[in-house]
Every structure is written in structure tokens, then in C-alpha cells.
Design a protein. Structure first.
Lengths: 275, 361
């Protein structure tokens, strides 16, 4: 499609504005983390840093509990992501392809569960975890994160499965492939973008989860980044430099994940299969 | 290699019966084509043979073995889909070897069989390519190759050529015919293209609304249709039907007239005893079975509305005086022109009579 210069300008303008809105907080956080404390809090904010220091990062890594929080967050997020993907894939396949009584009702109910705000189930869940001795355990966080991410992940995965022509599965059935082989050897490679999307969604959901992490984890050594950070904000003083350096460091794993799975986001994986 | 037999096979989707009791015997090595209009159940029947659809009632036997409740992979069949259904992330060689891999055959055997099939289908130089790097015809050959390596008792083809362009379709049709000659395996082929049906089949099965209308060799169906549906479905352009009345009858001949269409009388040979005088019938004449009006004993009269000239042959579409529309084939491209009043002489030896229910008289 050929665009007129007006359309092209409007499109570019819109894209630039969107990029600015999304990018500005990141710029502010990242540049702030290398500014001297007095520049961070000066009355006239500076968009381009006038000073440069690594003191906040040094403090973050040497004098704070950030490395522990980072490790805790990574462990919880990676396990949550892995379990979400492992459960969402067969569940989505069952909802998509298998016929069993109550399939549609169950599918709708699962989506409905997603509509509940976390705070509603916080107290019952606390009681439940307390009874099984999982308070102050990262296992509790993984269970909660997986439960919260699953409904949307199943829905998303099912939509990706729906893009695979049925004949491909049928050909595999005729070729003698059992269901697990069809899922692993045929469907999984074809819905790699879907798996990547679900993985990113589950990882970020877990990475940024605050409510349950703040209640279910008690000891400081087991806190995740969002909760650990909250401790930096004191009643009388906020160490902005440390906070911004921590925020910058917290973005790194997410960016790394995008870089890692981004290559799966390629369209046309089923090209040549049918037609 | 194996024969195939369907005994009172039925298929219901909820309350709707889509296959209403089909009986069919396919001999070992026969090429059978299922034809019929959209929704007649031809693909469903094929999928039931494959085991991709369950059979609600009746029995399916392949090679004398009851396979009605059997898994598709254990039926001794291989299927080629309309949409090829290749595994897009696998190479041609892996695609073709996949069924053998699933059967846990040794690697060297898989390699050998894939190479043999690739040789038959001229795919040797494409074995390491992915399906997206192939043309439509090559992709369909890979799909056929995947079927060949299994050495099935019965090959099932579900409209395999309908995604290809006209030229490739002709080429692939010849290749499939050659493949059948070389392999000698039983083949069941679904199509709505009657040229494919006529050229490929040893036996054509005409289906309508989940029932078999007629089974027979292509020319048998063309020359001796059981009813107006088969007569209309086999042959292109389709047979013309003109309402007529029996004027007189003797032994195996009925003299019919269609005064409204300008036909005073025409003697048509009947299958059995001719109907009584005064019976309303339908006179069936194929477009290619008209003779020059000057030499005809009787002729239909009407106005030519459109002429399609294909080079060697022309089709005149005409509106008869009684309102019925007919198509007449002419070897002379200039015999008819749009707007002219024409006289069309049916060849009485190749005319058919059908009763009001469409059954051949």
C-alpha cells in the first residue's frame, strides 16, 4: 500500500509519540541511575545527565540486598514461567481439540477466574499456605504466580493453536503419531511464537508481582525485587540514586528475555504446510 | 495391497445423518473416484475409511479385515489431503520419513524408502528443502511421497489437485494415473472435478445427500445413467432436460413430443417397457448429442442467448419457446450467433427419458 506524505507523517508522528511515552520513563530511570545524587534531586531536572557516577550501582551490589532479591526474583520468575508454559500448553490443547463433557463451561470458568482481583483471594490463600507450611517459601509464590498467569496463558495458547490447520494434525494421526508426539513434534514448533508470548507474559507477571510477595514472604532474605525495593523507600528519606540503579538493574533480565525469545516471534511458520 | 468394502455404513452428526447407508466393494488395485456436489458426503465417507471420522453404523473392511473401530494408523491406509498438510518445520526427507519414524523403522530403512519414493516422484534434489521452498506441485508430490513410503494397502486422496492451477492439475493428474499403473495399489479418490473422475477412475461412485446414486465405469455412467442426477452430473456441460409428453409407445420405444419447445415428435429407446401415452417425462439430451437441424428428424426451436467459442468447439446457450434453457455444442464456431432463432436437432439414438422423479425410463 502506498501512503501519501500526510499519512506517512501522521504515522511517523504517532509512532514517535508512542515511543516517547513508553521510552521516557526508561530514559529517566536509566540516566538517573548514573547521575550524582545532587543532580537527581535538583530543582531543574536534567534530561541529559550533567554528571556521571557508578556509585549507586556499587552501593546496590555491595552494600544492599539487591543481589539476593535479584536471585530470589529470578528463581521465582523462571519456575513460574516454566510451569505456566508446561501447564498452559496441554490445557490449551485439550480445550482446543479434545471433546469432553463440560468443555466450554470449564473454559469459560477458567477465564472468569482471571477476572478476580488478587486481593480477593489473598486472605484465603494465606490461610491455605499457612496450613500446608508454605508461608515464607518461594514455592508459594510460584504456585500463586502460575495460578494467576494460567487462565490468560491458556486462552492465548488456544488462540495460537487455532491457527494451525487441522489437516496437519490429521496427517500426523494417519502417520501413526500419538497425541504427545503430535503436541511436541508437530504443534509446539508451529506455535513457538505463542509459547514465547506466554513465557514473556508469565515472566513479567511474576517479575512485577508485589501483593502476594509482600504478604506470603516474611523474611528479608527471601524477598523478591518489588518487595525488597519497597524497603529502600524510608519514612524520612529516599535514596533515589539507589532506587534508580536498582530499577535499571531489574529491567536487564526482562530485556535479556525479550532478546532471547524475540527470534521466535517470526510470522509465517506454517507457510508451505497447506496451500 | 488390499480391497475395500463398505457395508451399510452410516454417519450421523448429532441428529443429522450425513451418510445414509453406503454399500460398496472396491477390488484390490482398483482406482475408485467419489464424485458428487458439495455437501454430498464424499469427503466424510473418505474420512470414515481413513478413520478420521467415526462410523455411526455399519462395517468397513480393508483387505478383508474389519477396521471400523481401528486407529487410522493401523488401517493400512495412507491419505493425501487437499491442503497437502505437510509439516512446515521439517525438511522434505523428514516429512516423507515421518510415518516410518512413527512406526519405529530403522534409520537406514527410512532413508532407503524415502530415497525410493523421491526417485519415483522426481523429488531427489529437494529432499533437504522445507515445504515453503517448494512450488505447489512439488508440495503435493511430497504429500504423495509421504503416503508412498508407508506402502499402504489403500491410498486415499481428498481432492488432492484442487489447490493447484489448471496446468499443474493436468500434469499431476497424469502423474497420479502413472503412479497407479506403477504401484497397482487400491486408490480411493475424492473430487468434484468430473474430468479427474472420468480420466482417472476404473470405477466412479456418484454420491448425493449421503447416498450412492450409481456406481460404474466412467463411460458406463456417461452412456447409461440410472437417473437424471447422474445424467446431469456426469458430462460437461451438463445434460439438457426438456419437459415432454409421451405420444405413443411400443415395445422399447416411446415417441415423445414437446410442442412448447417446438418438437413435434421424437422416438426414444427406453430401458424397459415404455410409459403410458400421456405420461409427463423429461427428455435428456447432452449438448454434444445434437445433429444439424437440417438432417434431423425433429428439432427444438428457440432463441440463442449466448455463444461461448472455445476454438475447436462452441457452446450455444438457448432459450426454448417453452422457457427451458439448453446448451448445444457445435464443431462449427460460426454456426450460432447470439440473438438468432435456432433449430436444434437432438440425436434420438442418444436421447434419454426420465420420469418426474428423475428415474431413467
Amino acid at each position: 500500500m502506498k501512503r501519501s506524505w500526510r499519512q506517512a507523517t501522521a504515522l511517523l508522528g504517532g509512532l514517535a509519540a508512542t515511543a516517547l511515552i513508553i521510552g521516557l520513563p526508561f530514559w529517566w530511570v536509566v540516566t538517573g541511575s548514573i547521575k550524582l545524587p545532587r543532580e537527581i534531586i535538583q530543582r531543574q531536572p536534567t534530561m541529559i545527565p550533567h554528571s556521571f557516577t557508578t556509585q549507586h550501582f556499587e552501593k546496590l551490589l555491595q552494600a544492599s540486598d539487591f543481589p539476593i532479591y535479584l536471585l530470589n526474583s529470578l528463581v521465582v520468575a523462571l519456575f513460574s514461567t516454566a510451569f505456566t508454559v508446561l501447564l498452559a500448553l496441554p490445557a490449551a490443547y485439550a480445550f482446543f481439540r479434545m471433546e469432553f463433557p463440560g468443555r466450554n463451561t470449564l473454559y469459560r470458568t477458567i477465564l472468569l477466574a482471571y477476572a478476580f482481583p488478587g486481593v480477593v483471594v489473598l486472605i484465603p490463600l494465606y490461610g491455605l499456605f499457612a496450613r500446608v507450611g508454605l508461608i515464607d517459601s518461594p514455592v508459594a509464590l510460584v504456585i500463586v504466580n502460575v495460578a494467576l498467569a494460567l487462565p490468560f496463558s491458556i486462552w492465548m495458547m488456544r488462540s495460537f493453536l487455532a491457527t494451525i490447520p487441522r489437516e496437519i494434525e490429521e496427517a500426523a494421526v494417519v502417520d501413526g503419531a500419538p497425541t504427545t508426539t503430535i503436541l511436541v513434534r508437530i504443534l509446539m514448533p508451529l506455535i513457538a511464537p505463542g509459547i514465547a508470548s506466554v513465557a514473556i507474559f508469565a515472566f513479567i507477571s511474576s517479575w512485577t508481582e508485589y501483593l502476594f510477595a509482600s504478604v506470603l514472604i516474611v523474611s528479608d532474605a527471601k524477598r523478591t525485587i518489588p518487595v525488597g525495593f519497597a524497603g529502600i523507600i524510608g519514612q524520612y528519606q529516599i535514596d533515589w540514586g539507589l532506587l534508580l540503579a536498582g530499577a535499571t538493574a531489574a529491567i536487564v533480565p526482562v530485556v535479556a528475555l525479550f532478546a532471547l525469545v524475540g527470534r521466535w516471534f517470526v510470522s509465517g511458520l506454517t507457510e508451505g504446510a497447506v496451500k | 495391497m488390499a480391497g475395500l468394502s463398505l457395508n451399510s455404513v452410516k454417519k450421523r452428526f448429532g441428529e443429522t445423518e450425513v451418510i445414509r447407508g453406503v454399500d460398496l466393494d472396491v477390488k484390490d488395485g482398483e482406482f475408485v473416484v467419489f464424485v458428487g456436489p458439495s455437501g454430498c458426503g464424499k469427503s466424510t465417507l473418505l474420512r470414515m475409511i481413513a478413520g478420521l471420522e467415526t462410523t455411526s453404523e455399519g462395517r468397513i473392511e480393508i483387505g478383508g479385515r474389519d477396521v471400523t473401530g481401528e486407529d487410522p494408523a493401523r488401517r493400512g491406509i495412507a491419505m493425501v489431503f487437499q491442503t497437502y498438510a505437510l509439516y512446515p518445520h521439517m525438511t522434505v526427507a523428514t516429512n516423507m520419513g515421518f510415518p516410518l519414524e512413527m512406526a519405529k523403522r530403522p534409520k537406514d530403512e527410512i532413508e532407503r524408502k524415502v530415497r525410493e519414493a523421491a526417485k519415483i516422484l522426481h523429488l531427489e534434489q529437494y529432499l533437504e528443502r522445507k515445504p515453503r521452498e517448494l512450488s505447489g506441485g512439488q508440495r503435493q508430490r511430497v504429500a504423495i511421497g509421504r503416503a508412498i513410503v508407508r506402502q499402504p494397502g489403500v491410498f486415499l486422496f481428498d481432492e488432492p489437485l484442487s489447490n493447484l492451477d489448471a496446468e499443474l492439475r493436468v500434469q499431476m493428474r497424469i502423474e497420479i494415473a502413472r503412479l497407479h499403473q506403477d504401484l497397482g495399489t487400491t486408490m480411493v479418490y475424492v473430487t468434484h472435478d468430473q474430468v479427474e473422475a472420468m480420466t482417472l477412475a476404473d470405477k466412479i461412485v456418484v454420491l448425493r445427500a449421503g447416498r450412492i446414486e450409481q456406481v460404474g465405469a466412467p463411460l458406463e455412467l456417461y452412456e447409461n445413467p440410472d437417473n437424471a442426477f447422474v445424467a446431469g452430473f456426469i458430462g460437461s456441460p451438463r445434460m439438457n432436460f426438456v419437459p415432454a409428453t409421451v405420444k405413443s409407445a411400443q415395445r422399447d420405444t416411446a415417441v415423445v413430443s414437446a410442442p412448447g419447445a417446438g418438437l413435434p415428435e421424437l422416438a426414444v429407446t427406453t430401458r424397459g417397457a415404455p410409459p403410458k401415452v400421456g405420461t409427463e417425462v423429461s427428455l435428456g439430451i447432452r449438448p454434444e448429442h445434437f445433429v444439424a437441424a437440417s438432417g434431423a428428424t425433429a428439432a427444438l426451436a428457440g432463441k440463442v442467448t449466448l455463444v461461448e467459442r472455445l476454438g475447436g468447439v462452441a457452446y450455444a446457450h438457448a432459450q426454448l419457446d417453452d422457457g427451458s434453457a439448453i446448451t448445444v455444442e457445435s464443431r462449427d464456431a460460426h454456426e450460432f450467433s447470439a440473438g438468432m432463432m435456432g433449430r436444434f436437432g437432438p440425436d434420438p439414438r442418444r436421447a434419454y427419458l426420465f420420469d418426474t422423479e428423475g428415474n431413467r425410463i
